[in-house]
Design a protein around this ligand. Structure first.
Ligand code: AOS
Ligand code: ZN
Ligand code: ZN
Length: 393
């Protein structure tokens, strides 16, 4: 197969032009492991500065117009003022993430806890998050719960599911008509024996019981090694229940490395399922978000690189020759079908995406353009005592 230079035609221009990727506010804070959190010069000191940094990613890529907030890490006195600040910087507030993992009361569980008072507290926290949604104009509540047990017999797996269903229903009842909630699953950590929402099936069952406003979040780092993630994507899309992605890369556990860094081919396979289902369009209801931490690399360039990696995977998925693929699949041509997919994956789309940026009035190379802007040097000089993302030592 001879390599061809991909052309930025009207179809690609439209599909890529519509793509948006939501950034997590916590990616701009200092983060680390339980061993060490390294400080980075220029790290934001408050949510306002996190949003200003996130806006830089959008400025140079044109891809990241929303910032996801975390409560309480991003608590401010006046959330409508924070939303105004975001707007001034050319971005909006995206999903509101709750926190059920940093309170002593939640040691043995939050929404699943056997003590009704603890469950009430965890539900009330989500009511607070829904108020933040109203103040910021956010339409999505994101729930990831760390609940689970460390030892067989520690608690009743079944009773915890029942309590979780009740708690989630109470939260769901608080949503406004135009609100949605998304429920994220994760197979282990911080609990090591069982986790209360460990997989897409459990998340989907709870969402189906709740109603149409509840959908599943797929974090690419939350599966056992070898899991076929694109299969899960296809299945959730079939059900109309894929609410959001948390994109990141993993080598071992929930590593939260840059999307497309560890396995760009997996990212391509995921985006191929998205393109096949026509789910790239904003109206599809799938929120493409990053959930990452930049422990040792620079944070703003780390986010720029990540959204570029997602965009490259998307462009390659859009280049799959759908007709040829369909014909090969129908003919039972195993190698031919695989060849069609690999041709698209092996296409260098960087020139095409540079052309798109130039057409949009941006620099062809976002990494270089940000580095040349002097922003990193300016914030390093101006900001002293940057915030930790929220966890770590
Ligand atoms: C935790 O492992 C999950 O990936 C969460 O999505 C997220 O990182 C956390 O809730 C921060 O808001
Ligand atoms: Zn996540
Ligand atoms: Zn995670």
């Amino acid at each position: 197969m001879t390599a061809t230079t991909p052309v930025l035609d009207a179809r690609l221009r439209k599909a890529l032009g519509e793509q948006t990727i939501e950034l997590p506010s916590w990616a701009f804070g200092n983060s680390g492991t339980r061993f060490k959190v390294f400080g980075t010069p220029g790290t934001p000191r408050d949510p306002y500065e996190k949003i200003a940094d996130a806006a830089q990613v959008h400025r140079y890529t044109g891809l990241a117009p929303r910032v996801s907030l975390h409560v309480p890490w991003d608590l401010v006195d006046d959330f409508s003022d924070l939303a105004r600040h975001a707007k001034e910087h050319g971005v909006t507030i995206g999903m509101i993430n709750s926190n059920l993992f940093q309170d002593d009361d939640y040691k043995l569980g939050s929404l699943t806890h056997s003590d009704p008072a603890v469950r009430r507290k965890a539900v009330a926290h989500h009511v607070q998050c829904i108020d933040v949604m109203r103040a910021t104009g956010s339409k999505e509540l994101k729930v990831w719960l760390p609940d689970g047990t460390n030892y067989p017999g520690q608690d009743s797996i079944r009773a915890r599911q029942d309590r979780l269903a009740e708690s989630l229903a109470e939260i769901y009842a608080e949503l406004d008509d135009d609100h949605r909630m998304v429920l994220e699953y994760k197979f282990f950590e911080p609990a090591f024996y069982h986790t209360d929402v460990p997989d897409w099936g459990t998340s989907l069952l709870h969402c189906l019981a709740l109603g149409e406003k509840a959908n599943v979040v797929l974090d690419t780092g939350h599966h056992a090694p070898g899991t076929n993630i694109e299969f899960i994507v296809a299945q959730l899309l079939r059900q109309g229940r894929l609410g959001a992605f948390d994109f990141n890369s993993r080598f071992y556990a929930d590593d939260d490395l840059m999307a497309g860094a560890a396995d760009p081919f997996q990212l391509f396979r995921i985006m191929h399922e998205i393109v096949q289902a026509d789910a790239l369009r904003p109206e599809s209801g799938v929120n493409f978000m990053l959930d990452q931490c930049h422990n040792i690399e620079e944070k703003i360039p780390g986010q720029i690189r990540s959204v570029m990696n997602v965009q490259e995977a998307t462009a390659k998925a859009l280049l799959v020759d759908a007709e040829a693929l369909d014909a090969a699949q129908r003919a039972g041509d195993v190698l031919g079908a695989n060849g069609v997919l690999m041709d698209a994956y092996n296409t260098d789309v960087r020139g095409l995406l540079a052309d798109l940026r130039v057409e949009q009035g941006r620099d062809a190379d976002p990494m270089k353009a940000f580095a040349a802007s002097g922003y990193a040097e300016r914030i390093a000089a101006e900001r002293v005592g940057g915030q930790q993302a929220g966890w770590g030592a």
